[in-house]
Design a protein around this ligand. Structure first.
Ligand code: ADP
Ligand code: MG
Ligand code: ZN
Length: 521
């Protein structure tokens, strides 16, 4: 198979996402009073409504509707004041009612959008991005210094309910194929579930991943869900089709179901793009089908051919009255909107003099953003600390957070962090030593300055002292100095390494570099 880069020379990928999010912060289910609790003893949170017993009457959860309106306002949607709940018929053991309650053509939230910042390697996936200059706009993207901004339409966000959880025993990877028994846990049945549908505006797997990550940040900031892809409270379906470059018609799409990690979303879509290209280039046709991404086999397999909307027999639920939202309700919800990641990044850039890239990555985790502010609020913090502090948070702390680690402010307090940044900013320790100190603070629960003392860490930034070292290294390697002057400038790294060795790792590498460049000129 070709790579996506090769495929993109001739084909344009069209991607749209359907994102499901359980409103895990609510107390109770969507249409009954059963408690929401992840991981509870199976089938202990059920009642006649969520078990679909005859005659049971549903009542919509007002707090859930507050949550979805909040989500709509946060993603620039129009809020529909008059909507209805519909029954979507389907027969499967995970839905005892034999229908799912969802919304019809009009959802609570319609016509929204999000802007995505795509930079670095992720931006390179977009075909011919280098042909644009910063500021240039083309289709839904605008070129920036580090990449581009993509404007992505949100078709709708509707309210529905989750199905029960099926556990298949005996098959591989817990799937139904080859299973000997299936168990059902109805605790999850009736969990308030939002579904967001995007326009087919995404063009690369990286854009799809960035969309999901941004959405997750926004929803986390709203505090409406824990958005855990591992636990299944955040799930995505990826729809993708190909068309020849220059064509405006949509091709036939396939749908990747229930992707449960950002990496799988990217890799599954990338695989599907390459598979479709191969089929089309061999003269075959793409069937509209649902496929499953198998991350260990690194391929997609067919689950089923697509059912059409008619198969669901959607009709307004006669047990639920049309749902009207008052202006007052909408305004009360709007007043609860917290500062969103984009606004926070803008504020950080403006008030702390950070670059757009740093500011954006700083707000990716609420923990790093909050911690950054707490540090800059410390009395000992200076304005020039902002940049090195942001670096540590983005590179060292965020990397730990991505593995599920949690920042414990009783060990790594803002005061200690500022002390460490102070050591770095004054060149008292090198950036490498800074990383070592950070790890030691976390492991030993001690102050940074004490650790630096204990380990005899200090960075030699005295120009006179370093000049002597540089002279000695150059004198000891006359042949290499000749070679360098003859054009082998790559030897600079060797000289820096020798000087660092001579200072037992304590020389200021920036200064050493400068001294070497000057002396070798
Ligand atoms: P379905 O009825 O199959 O669910 P929808 O029209 O509801 O299809 O769209 C579902 C998702 O698929 C949306 O995110 C939409 O943007 C996307 N989509 C629709 N048509 C295409 C296509 N031809 N190629 C890629 N994505 C598409
Ligand atoms: Mg659909
Ligand atoms: Zn119930």
């Amino acid at each position: 198979m070709k790579t996506t880069e090769e495929v993109f020379q001739d084909w344009e990928a069209v991607i749209g996402l359907e994102v499901h999010c359980e409103l895990t912060k609510l107390e109770t289910k969507m249409f009954c009073g059963c408690k929401l609790e992840f991981g509870a003893e199976p089938n202990t949170h059920t009642c006649p409504v969520c078990l679909g017993l005859p005659g049971a009457l549903p009542v919509p959860n007002r707090a859930a509707i507050e949550n979805i309106v909040l989500a709509g306002l946060a993603t620039n949607c129009d809020i529909e004041k008059h909507t209805m709940f519909y029954r979507k018929g389907y027969m499967y053991p995970d839905m005892a009612k034999n229908f799912q309650t969802t919304q019809g053509p009009k959802a609570f939230c319609m016509r929204g959008w999000l802007d995505l910042d795509i930079d670095g390697r992720a931006a390179e996936e977009r075909y011919n991005i280098d042909a644009l200059q910063p500021g240039d706009a083309e289709e839904n993207i605008t070129r920036t210094e580090e990449g581009y901004v993509a404007h992505v339409g949100i078709t709708r966000i509707h309210m529905e309910e989750d199905a029960a959880k099926l556990v298949h025993i005996g098959g591989s990877e817990g799937r139904i194929e080859g299973a000997t028994q299936s168990l059902i846990d109805y605790n999850r049945a009736g969990t308030p579930l939002m579904e967001l549908v995007t326009e087919p505006d995404l063009r690369t797997p990286e854009e799809a991943r960035a969309f999901m990550q941004k959405l997750r940040q926004v929803w986390l900031a709203l505090g409406i869900s824990d958005c855990s892809m591992e636990e299944g409270s955040l799930r995505a379906d990826g729809n993708v089709s190909l068309r020849r470059r220059g064509s405006k018609e949509l091709g036939t799409k396939t749908e990747l179901k229930n992707i449960n990690s950002f990496k799988s979303l990217h890799d599954g879509l990338a695989y599907e793009i390459c598979r479709q290209a191969e089929v089309l280039e061999e003269g075959g046709i793409i069937y509209q089908e649902t496929r499953h991404w198998d991350p260990s086999a690194k391929r997609t397999v067919v689950m089923r051919v697509k059912e059409t909307a008619d198969d669901y027999r959607m009709f307004p639920d006669p047990d639920l009255a049309p749902y009207d939202l008052s202006d007052e309700f909408i305004e009360t919800v709007r007043a609860k909107l917290p500062e969103l990641p984009d606004a926070k990044a803008k504020r950080f850039a403006e008030s702390f003099g950070l670059g757009a890239y740093d500011a954006r990555h700083l707000v990716e985790h609420r923990a790093t953003a909050d911690f950054f502010e707490a540090c800059m609020d410390e009395e000992s913090a200076k304005s020039e600390y902002a940049k090195p502090l942001a670096n540590l948070l983005i590179n060292d702390i965020a990397a730990r957070l991505n593995t599920g680690w949690e920042l414990d402010a009783s060990v790594l307090s803002p005061k200690r962090m500022v002390e460490l940044v102070g050591l770095l900013a004054s060149d008292a320790v090198s950036s490498k030593q800074g990383k070592e100190i950070l790890t030691a603070v976390l492991e030993e629960d001690k102050d940074p300055a004490a650790i630096a003392d204990e380990r005899g860490m200090k960075q030699v930034s005295d120009a006179g002292e370093l000049e002597a070292v540089v002279d000695a290294v150059l004198a000891a390697n006359p042949d290499k100095v000749e070679a360098y002057k003859g054009g082998k400038t790559g030897l600079l790294g060797f000289f820096v390494g020798q000087c660092m060795k001579a200072t037992r790792g304590q020389g200021n590498p920036k200064l050493i570099n400068q001294l070497l460049v000057d002396k070798l000129a």
